[in-house]
Design a protein around this ligand. Sequence first.
Ligand SMILES: NC(=O)c1ccc[n+]([C@@H]2O[C@H](COP(=O)([O-])OP(=O)(O)OC[C@H]3O[C@@H](n4cnc5c(N)ncnc54)[C@H](OP(=O)(O)O)[C@@H]3O)[C@@H](O)[C@H]2O)c1
Length: 259
Amino acid sequence: MKSYVVITGASTGLGKEFAFQLAKEKMNLLLVARNKKLLLEVKQQIEEVYGVDVIIFPTDLSVVENATNLFTQISSMGISVSTLINNAGTGLYGEFKDTDIHEELKMMQLNILSLVVLTKHFVQYFLQNGGGKIMNIASLLSFLPFPYFSVYSATKAFVLSFSETVAAELEGTNVAVLALCPGTIDTPFNTSAMWNTNAYKANKPMPVSKVAASGIRLLKKGKGKTIVGFNNWFISNLPRVTPDFIMIKIKKQLASQRK
Ligand SMILES: NC(=O)c1ccc[n+]([C@@H]2O[C@H](COP(=O)([O-])OP(=O)(O)OC[C@H]3O[C@@H](n4cnc5c(N)ncnc54)[C@H](OP(=O)(O)O)[C@@H]3O)[C@@H](O)[C@H]2O)c1
């Protein structure tokens, strides 16, 4: 039976880059996102260049039932899965008093609920089928909740805390749960308002190829978490040595719009 890596959010950005880099390593892929046209383009480009098998699965993972349906459909395809990358995620920038609650609920469903549902199904599947790896995409904001990214920061704190605790429970088995924590990445995720914050000027978004390569190194290592890049590692540790009242001022300044 052919083995596949499942990547959610693979139509653009980091997920698409994971797809190309893993295809280069001769991995077969099952790619998930909403935009069927973009997924088809990725599939065609990868199959042409790397000759691996690419299955596409268009679905909206902000509808939680679709996450279970995705797993059920994969189970009936007669393929084996070695790795799941829970990468699909959206962000939202703005003052919480003004942001759209419906957008926030959809983001929580995608970034948290569907990720938990897929992790549950695949942990059980991997335990019964000889092992596997799950890599969840968290963020630098998992360590450093930023004003104006309130709900997004909280979803990513959830992803890290959830990944670390499930990984601890699975210690000694052949199932690994990993967390990749990038700082800003140069992808379509970033809106013009995000680009215009002081943070994006001070700590420039990283090339997506570097972040994906770091994720693939983490997959090969098979345990723990990676904060991508020395700058981000350093920043993630600031709250340990900085009083809260100073930290919140720094973060608010960084997350504000440039004058
Ligand atoms: N970019 C950054 O600065 C940054 C920093 C730290 C962490 N991250 C995290 O990295 C991950 C990838 O983000 P990115 O930067 O690559 O952003 P991106 O380019 O906007 O990609 C997001 C991917 O998720 C998919 N997606 C969005 N909503 C979906 C839904 N409802 N159902 C299924 N798929 C959906 C998108 O495809 P469709 O639109 O076709 O559905 C796309 O493939 C996210 O978890 C993000 O939180 C990003």
